[in-house]
Design a protein around this ligand. Structure first.
Ligand SMILES: [Ca+2]
Length: 280
């Protein structure tokens, strides 16, 4: 049998003539089409607990199902979810007063927001679209289609990209003009990928993230995806929402000027200002 096969290969009749071009194409294209097999190294060190200090608590407008939070010039910008009541809001930090609001159509469930230059971008959960607003007027400027079929969860920016989460362990870095995916990052700890990555905040070269239905905020290395630290914010959960599966910790904003973080949760009555006590 072996001899016969060898003979056929030698005289060129092993491959029927019609199949030869197809076989050659597969031989040439296969290495190009297959995914590169990168060697993934898990971080050796478990993430360290980041101590923090509560600086102050501020009023959080009632009924805020927080999905996105940003701070700029004394105001919180908040994107809220749920069908029929999703909105984008500008809130005076000290008083919790809503000074500007744009309501989403009933069929859209609002998700993460970020501010890039003079625009506010807001994701939607399952509709595959994002909304673009003028930062000053809240006028709706544009609607864009997601470049890949993902759910919209959290969003932040490093000033160059829109950084988006979809509830998995992945972060997507999008071109803010074309919305193309420029790169992806997998978030990992010593056990492997960490899922349910939700609201995001880029601050001083790292990405901070809520994990859905967890009282933890993780700090992610933007180059490797490694979790380098975490905050346990269990003590901030309002008494009435302890053990609640919907009204969970969500929303991180960073004040670059005063180096403080703002955190809150869905329907929580307060926004907390925190100082991270990082080892010197
Ligand atoms: Ca944020």
């Amino acid at each position: 049998m072996l001899i016969k096969m060898k003979d056929k290969m030698r005289d060129g009749s092993f491959w029927p003539k019609k199949l030869l071009p197809i076989a050659l194409a597969i031989f040439i294209l296969f290495p190009l089409l297959s995914e590169p097999k990168n060697l993934v190294l898990l971080p050796a060190e478990p993430p360290a607990k980041i101590p923090y200090k509560i600086l102050k608590k501020y009023p959080h407008p009632p009924g805020s199902f927080t999905q996105g939070l940003v701070f700029e010039d004394g105001f919180l910008y908040e994107g809220t979810g749920q069908y029929g009541s999703s909105c984008l809001r500008k809130i005076k930090l000290e008083t919790g007063e809503i000074v500007k609001e744009a309501r989403l159509p009933r069929q859209l469930f609002g998700e993460g927001i970020t501010i890039l230059k003079d625009k506010i971008i807001q994701l939607t959960w399952l509709s595959q679209i994002g909304l673009v607003y003028d930062k000053q007027s809240f006028q709706h400027l544009d609607t864009f289609q997601y470049p890949i079929p993902i759910e919209g969860w959290g969003m932040t920016t490093d000033g160059e990209h829109l950084i988006v989460s979809d509830g998995s362990s992945k972060l997507y870095f999008l071109n803010p003009e074309s919305y193309e995916v420029k790169s992806r990052l997998e978030v990992r700890d010593t056990s492997g990928p960490v899922h349910k990555i939700n609201e995001l905040e880029y601050a001083d070269g790292a990405i901070y993230a809520n994990i859905w239905q967890s009282a933890k905020i993780i700090k992610i290395d933007i180059n490797s995806g490694r979790i380098t630290g975490f905050m346990d914010l269990s003590e901030l959960i309002p008494e009435q929402y302890k053990g609640h599966s919907d009204y969970v910790l969500n929303g991180i904003a960073y004040d670059y000027e005063k180096k403080r973080f703002f955190v809150t949760g869905k329907m929580w009555p307060h926004v907390f200002a925190l100082e991270l006590l990082v080892a010197k």
